[in-house]
Design a protein around this ligand. Sequence first.
Ligand SMILES: [Zn+2]
Length: 90
Amino acid sequence: MILLFGFKRVPEVLAVVTLVCQFCGNPAAQRIEEWTTKFTLFFIPLFTTRRRYTMQCSYCATVSALGQDEAERLAASGARTGGSGAPTAG
Ligand SMILES: [Zn+2]
């Protein structure tokens, strides 16, 4: 009997936030991504073995690792800037 097993990495964009990049120094969109590594059996993902968080600058494309707390905080702040950033008329 042959067992086909392996690992699959699945990226998911949590948020896009505008920050001053620590590498190139430009205020640019930073993509906050969650990389989930899943164990697969016969190409079917069964369970998550590892979770990583990264931030990629859209200007210089440098990828830096993030902690889970920092990634979630940035994702939450990115979700809020969608509508509340503009001043209200009236
Ligand atoms: Zn940059």
